[in-house]
Write a protein that binds this ligand. Structure first.
Ligand code: SF4
Ligand code: SF4
Ligand code: SF4
Length: 216
């Protein structure tokens, strides 16, 4: 069901105050899902460790709710890191590609995989799924002290640039659409197969009946 325009505006305003790592530490499947839960009054505003104090303060302001400390059950705010794949140990199983919410891992079946470092949100979701433990998190090169090409947004989080946040939001949306389309296609395919099987069974039953009638 689509939200009405004012509700849609509120949802977008809340989503703007989340850093878009898509890490799921808030206990929702991504930033937009958490934003939806906050907008619906189902979630507290202190469940996003990457957004930390900045997100809490801005959400409290937007929603006229009291600012509360970050809930330690959701984790602690950590410095931004970027995934690195030790390629010689990669077996090309593609599990990390499926897990990455922002589609920043490239590779094909049985070929080694690599991370597009500038697009990595630091969510860490690829680390536990790797069967060979060849993914580690490291300090991202793009935030080296002498790199001013992608500066943090001074009015928001010190560790995420606005460009990075927008990119992660867009890439997550793109991935959600692709996965949904794949699921719909699979469901259509399986319903076609079920219909074809049923038609085959009906044809066989009719043929059996006709054969019985001819013998009678
Ligand atoms: S950054 Fe992680 S914890 Fe914060 S809202 Fe997004 S998915 Fe949830
Ligand atoms: S590469 Fe790993 S850490 Fe980086 S965004 Fe993808 S899943 Fe998250
Ligand atoms: S999960 Fe690990 S082994 Fe599998 S493709 Fe990714 S990096 Fe390679």
């Amino acid at each position: 069901m689509h939200a009405s325009p004012p509700a849609q505006n509120l949802l977008a305003a809340i989503d703007q105050l989340l850093p878009q790592t898509q890490c799921t530490q808030c206990n929702y499947p991504g930033c937009l899902a958490y934003a939806r839960a906050i907008a619906g009054g189902e979630a507290e505003i202190n469940q996003c460790p990457p957004g930390g104090e900045v997100s809490i303060q801005r959400l409290a302001q937007l929603l006229a709710r009291p600012a509360v400390p970050l809930n330690p059950e959701n984790g602690a705010q950590q410095p931004l890191q970027c995934a690195f794949i030790h390629e010689p140990d990669c077996i090309g199983c593609k599990l990390c590609i499926a897990a990455c919410p922002v589609d920043c891992i490239i590779g094909a079946t049985k070929l080694m995989h690599t991370v597009i470092a500038n697009d990595c949100s630091g969510c860490e979701l690829c680390v536990p799924v790797c069967p060979t433990d060849c993914i580690t998190m490291r300090a991202p090169a793009r935030h080296a002290p002498d790199d001013n090409s992608d500066p943090p947004n001074p009015s928001m989080w010190s560790q995420f640039s606005q460009q990075q946040v927008e990119k992660s939001r867009a890439r997550a949306q793109q991935k959600r659409r692709r996965v949904n389309a794949q699921q719909r296609a699979r469901a259509r395919h399986s319903s076609h197969r079920r219909r074809a099987c049923l038609q085959q069974e009906i044809r066989a039953a009719v043929q059996r009946k006709q054969a019985q009638q001819q013998q009678a």
